[in-house]
Design a protein around this ligand. Structure first.
Ligand code: NAX
Length: 334
């Protein structure tokens, strides 16, 4: 299938796994409204689910039809990876097996290995040239690592994991603290893994071109902002009674839209395969400060890091290295 860029008038083909789940229930409507690929582009949606949730996904497809979106060309519901990913330009891999109570990390990673090795292989065989794959399902970074490894014919840089929700959460908290609109804050990044070790970094923050890191109370930053961003998902569950869904979908929309259209120089957090930047092992899918230019995401180069930053980044490298070592073993058995 020719790349989307080479065929500006054909519909964009987009797969969403976990299509009957909470996040997809918001994400699919944003996609069909043109929030990611623009209001000029028709969209073919592929809704991927496990067999026992296909009927529920068919109900979601019925509701999409009832929304009469002008851009929605077709909706296909399937439980087959190969059918979902055939010719796709973009895939949102939302369905996964997050860790359950009492489950070991190795068991959780094995369950995900089965899913993401299979989906990586199906993407490798069927996706369009230039496909962009955004992994949302947890453990998102390592699931993206697994899918990329299972797809040797697709450039590794085509696989990202979602850390934009962490970024948006930190941005919103900083906006309240600094009493300036979020849009005026530049230079934010959440380094590392979408997990408790993630590192929201304020060292490079600017407002109106002026550094503001020195204006932020250090105790609040280290003891409130950093842990609160990492635990925000739990806070939402406690208050709402359900996990983050619309905000996660919105972050996925932000991520993919910026990947396609660029960020105009603005930093965003993109978890993407390292090519050795900032001491991160090659291949690990790591949250980096990123600008999207001409549809290609590039890691902000040459930042000077202090000891505090280096230690926090190293803790994330260590955690992801351990996950990757377990994931690597799965390739010999799956
Ligand atoms: P739900 O449990 O509502 O939906 C997940 C859906 O995925 C289910 O319908 C399930 O049948 C389906 N599924 C499972 N395995 C599948 C497979 N192999 N192929 C296709 N579909 C499959 O979860 P939801 O609230 O939508 O969350 C989805 C994932 O996002 C979870 O892993 C969650 O932990 C993760 N999150 C990631 C975030 C991030 O920032 N990276 C934030 C939000 C969210 O916590």
């Amino acid at each position: 299938m020719e790349s989307l860029d080479a065929a500006p008038t054909r519909p964009v083909k987009v797969a969403v796994s976990g299509a009957a789940g909470n996040i997809a229930y918001s994400l699919l409507w944003r996609l069909a409204a043109g929030d990611v690929f623009g209001v000029e582009r028709q969209i073919d949606l592929r809704l991927l689910e496990v067999p026992e949730r296909v009927r529920a996904a068919e109900g979601v497809a019925m509701e999409l039809a009832d929304s009469a979106f002008p851009l929605l060309a077709t909706v296909t519901v399937t439980d087959e990876d190969t059918r979902a990913f055939d010719g796709v330009d973009a895939a949102f891999l939302v369905g996964s097996r997050p860790r359950t109570k009492g489950q070991s990390r190795a068991d959780m990673l094995e369950a995900n290995g089965r899913i993401f090795i299979g989906q990586g292989r199906a993407l490798n065989d069927g996706a369009a040239e230039g496909v962009r794959v955004l992994v949302v399902g947890n453990p998102a970074n390592t699931n993206a690592y697994i899918a990329a490894k299972a797809a040797p014919d697709i450039p590794r840089s085509s696989f990202n994991a979602l850390m934009r929700l962490d970024h948006n959460r930190a941005l919103s908290m900083l906006s309240a603290k600094l009493a300036v609109p979020a849009a005026q804050i530049e230079g934010l990044v959440v380094w590392g893994n979408h997990s408790d070790t993630q590192f929201p970094d304020i060292e490079f923050l600017t407002v109106g071109g002026k550094s503001v890191a020195g204006d932020i109370d250090r105790d609040w930053y280290e003891n409130e902002l950093i842990p609160r961003v990492a635990k925000r998902g739990g806070e939402i569950i406690e208050v709402r009674g359900q996990s983050s869904a619309a905000s996660a979908a919105s972050a996925a929309v932000d991520h993919m839209r910026d990947w396609v259209a660029g960020t105009n120089g603005r930093w965003v957090t993109v978890a993407q395969p390292s090519t050795g930047e900032y001491g991160v092992d090659e291949g690990l899918v790591f949250g980096f400060p990123t600008t999207g230019l001409n549809g290609r995401a590039s890691i902000v180069p040459g930042l000077d890091l202090n000891d505090f930053q280096r230690e926090r980044i190293a803790a994330n490298v260590e955690a992801l290295r351990e996950e990757a070592a377990i994931a690597d073993q799965l390739f010999t058995s799956i």
